[in-house]
Design a protein around this ligand. Structure first.
Ligand code: SF4
Length: 339
């Protein structure tokens, strides 16, 4: 059974130079046709014409990711959802929003169409860094969309910020953390910029990057956020349920160009061949959660676990194996062991 649905919207006003997501720049005129295509695809799944993939209705979560889903109009969003998947209201329908692409009226329309969680791609509150990143919005736009979202009735808002940006000082990073905390969102995602793009100022060194991460962990914890996944922090009971389904390796269906699916031990990209998943994928996803995953997932990986425990990167609780605090900073080294 599939309770989680991902819908990919592969359009952006402008492509950011660091971005690896599937998205096309300046093709918004195709959104109407694309919404029709998604609606037809979803209808096919809902009414069982794709026999081996029964969607469990009502679904538990839907996630509009991109790309820039906030380029959709509320009407297009309603069309995609076929007016049925969210009746009665779902526990979580998330939509990613770029601050420059949605105003109060649009957000209210999304809310009325059933979206109840907004994920705002702020990335930074520093206009110089936003410019370096090639973002189309300013810090002012972030404050404005947050306020519009609250007024439109969103009581579950996540903000994405990036750290270790080209030329970013520790003080500038602290200012970003303070700015996000002032808004008091229900959820914060904190990602580091992993790629050094051409013509950028140098990235902060590894020690500064680690200090930034530690600073954010401490600050967020101090004001009541739970650090529940390597890059994610939430107020009580505001964890992103859709993403938790990924990390717990649950079944999910992805529709739209380039969307990934995982159902009953098989993974595939929309339109592509199904491939049997490997045991290590479950481990790598599950270890992202701070509580870790059940020990029986590590059968066959006893030597790797022993070695990583000796290095102080993994630890055991009564039921789970999880990253240590040190392991959080060296998670990629841990994951490499299981590949
Ligand atoms: S807005 Fe997001 S999806 Fe679009 S190009 Fe920039 S980072 Fe990529």
């Amino acid at each position: 059974m599939i309770e989680h649905l991902y819908i990919h919207i592969p359009f952006c006003k402008k492509k950011c130079p660091y971005c690896n997501f599937l998205s096309y720049e300046g093709r918004e005129d195709q959104l109407d046709a694309y919404a029709n295509y998604l609606s037809n695809t979803l209808t096919t799944y809902m009414y069982g014409q794709v026999n081996d993939l029964p969607l469990q209705l009502p679904l538990t979560t839907i996630y509009f990711g991109g790309g820039t889903p906030s380029l959709l109009t509320p009407k297009q969003l309603e069309k995609i959802l076929c007016g049925q998947v969210y009746d009665p209201p779902l526990p979580e329908i998330s939509l990613e929003a770029n601050p420059a692409t949605a105003d109060y009226v649009k957000l209210k329309g999304f809310r009325e169409a059933g979206v109840n969680r907004l994920s705002i791609g702020a990335q930074s509150f520093n206009d110089r860094h936003l410019k370096t990143l090639g973002r189309i919005h300013s810090s002012e736009d972030v404050y404005r969309i947050f306020d519009d979202a609250r007024r439109a009735g969103f009581d579950n808002i996540g903000i994405d910020i990036m750290y270790a940006l080209p030329g970013q000082t520790f003080d500038e990073f602290k200012e970003d953390i303070n700015a996000v905390l002032k808004l008091n969102p229900e959820h914060i995602s904190l990602y580091n910029l992993e790629v050094q793009a051409q013509n950028f100022a140098p990235l902060p060194d590894n020690d500064t990057e680690a200090d930034m991460y530690q600073y954010a962990i401490d600050k967020f914890k101090e004001v009541g956020y739970k650090h529940y996944e390597i890059s994610n922090f939430a107020k009580p009971e505001r964890e992103c349920q859709h993403n938790i389904a990924y990390w717990l390796n649950k079944n999910y269906l992805g529709i739209g160009e380039g969307a990934h699916s995982h159902v009953d031990g098989y993974r595939w990209v929309a339109g592509g061949e199904k491939e049997a998943e490997h045991g290590c994928e479950k481990i790598i996803m599950g270890l992202r959660l701070l509580e870790g995953i059940a020990k029986d997932n590590f059968i066959g990986f006893e030597n790797e676990v022993k070695e990583l425990k000796e290095q102080g990167l993994l630890e055991e609780t009564a039921e789970n194996i999880k990253l240590t605090h040190r392991g959080l900073f060296l998670a990629n080294l841990v994951f490499e062991k299981f590949v």
